[in-house]
Write a protein that binds this ligand. Structure first.
Ligand code: FES
Ligand SMILES: [Fe+2]
Length: 345
């Protein structure tokens, strides 16, 4: 009895507010798990790069002369300065502004003034990071001993193989928003649709809420529902990928996806990066409609999660309880407990 009761309780609220857990998550989750950083179209040409912040690190993702996509720490091997200050662009070499070391597109030292290049040892390159590209989705893992992505996420890989159009997409719009809530609160919100009828009137009108499915798998969940309106016959699919990625696939002749990356900033603050991917060069009126629909649903969710976060500080309860249709959430919390080594919580 006691065990059953325990299982039906959510993650304790302290995990959403206390700095101790926030710091532990950086080490055990964001520095050890596979994290989605972007789409291959963001580094389409040789010299294209973008930077990405995770686990208190700045990372460079770049395409080198061999057309290989690399990921390495944005830290100068000379004395530790951040090398690339920009968010994205195209470069022939990366230049450290401190003593002028320059680096090739794969992170290796090009010039090191005052040094004999042969004498640099392992300081002859910015430190490489595990990277895997699957269906043009780029994942990195700061753990040098990480299990390969496609092995660890085998079930997800099998499921995403059906979307052959991922490779033809490019990001046509990116919006960023700081949310006053813990990153897990934002993920929790995505993982159930019990709130949809109340909070998302337009969404509830568009999708068949009586036949709304949430399937759970190893390290991901998939929600799907058919549309009640419009001419599309395929359902929309809403994937969540452990720990902090969401991929939505809406029906339509040409494929499209939207990705959401929820990045922790502080125990009560997160950065959400939303990217809209289409196969066209410009946003069509129909795509604009979809963007507005998705934005509307999101803004309804922001209000809810920020309201939720204010309650986590309460003395009234130390945790919540799951409804029978909040099993997606439950799976996320199970994976969280396992990764964070939380005994029997
Ligand atoms: S710290 Fe980068 S060149 Fe010296
Ligand atoms: Fe929602």
């Amino acid at each position: 009895m006691t065990t059953a009761n325990k299982i039906n309780h959510t993650l304790a609220y302290k995990h959403y507010v206390e700095d101790q857990y926030f710091q532990e998550e950086q080490e055990k989750i964001f520095a050890k798990q596979w994290i989605f950083v972007g789409h291959a179209s963001q580094v389409a040409k040789v010299g294209d790069f973008f930077t990405f912040e995770i686990a208190n690190e700045s990372i460079i993702i770049s395409k080198d002369k061999e057309e290989k996509i690399n990921a390495f720490y944005n830290v100068c091997p000379h004395r530790g300065t951040r090398v690339e200050k920009g968010k994205s662009g195209n470069k022939k070499v990366f230049i450290c502004s401190y003593h002028g070391w320059t680096f090739k597109l794969d992170g290796s030292v090009n010039r090191a003034p005052n040094f004999d290049k042969e004498s640099l040892g392992n300081h002859n390159c910015m430190t490489h990071i595990n990277i895997e590209v699957f269906q043009s989705l780029i994942f990195i893992n700061l753990d040098p001993n990480a299990t390969p992505f496609q092995e660890e996420y085998k079930e997800l890989v099998d499921s995403l193989k059906q979307y052959t159009f991922f490779d033809s997409l490019k990001s046509l719009r990116v919006t960023e928003r700081v949310i006053d809530a813990n990153w897990k609160a934002v993920v929790d919100n995505y993982l159930e649709c019990d709130h949809c009828k109340i909070a998302h009137p337009a969404f509830a009108k568009t999708f068949d809420m009586e036949n709304y499915n949430i399937d759970t798998f190893d390290r991901f969940t998939c929600q799907y529902s058919e549309m009640k309106q419009g001419d599309a016959t395929d359902p929309a699919f809403f994937y969540w990928v452990w720990p902090n990625l969401m991929i939505s696939v809406y029906p339509g002749e040409e494929g499209n996806i939207t990705t959401s990356q929820i990045l922790p900033i502080a125990p009560n603050k997160s950065l959400a990066i939303y990217s809209y991917f289409f196969s066209t060069d410009e946003i069509t009126p129909k795509q604009q409609e979809l963007i507005e629909f998705v934005d509307q649903v999101r803004s309804e969710d922001f209000e809810l999660v920020e309201l939720l976060q204010t309650g986590f500080h309460t003395r009234a309860f130390d945790k919540g309880i799951y409804s029978p249709t909040e099993h997606g959430l439950k799976e996320f919390h199970r994976q969280y407990r396992e990764t964070m080594d939380l005994p029997g919580q």
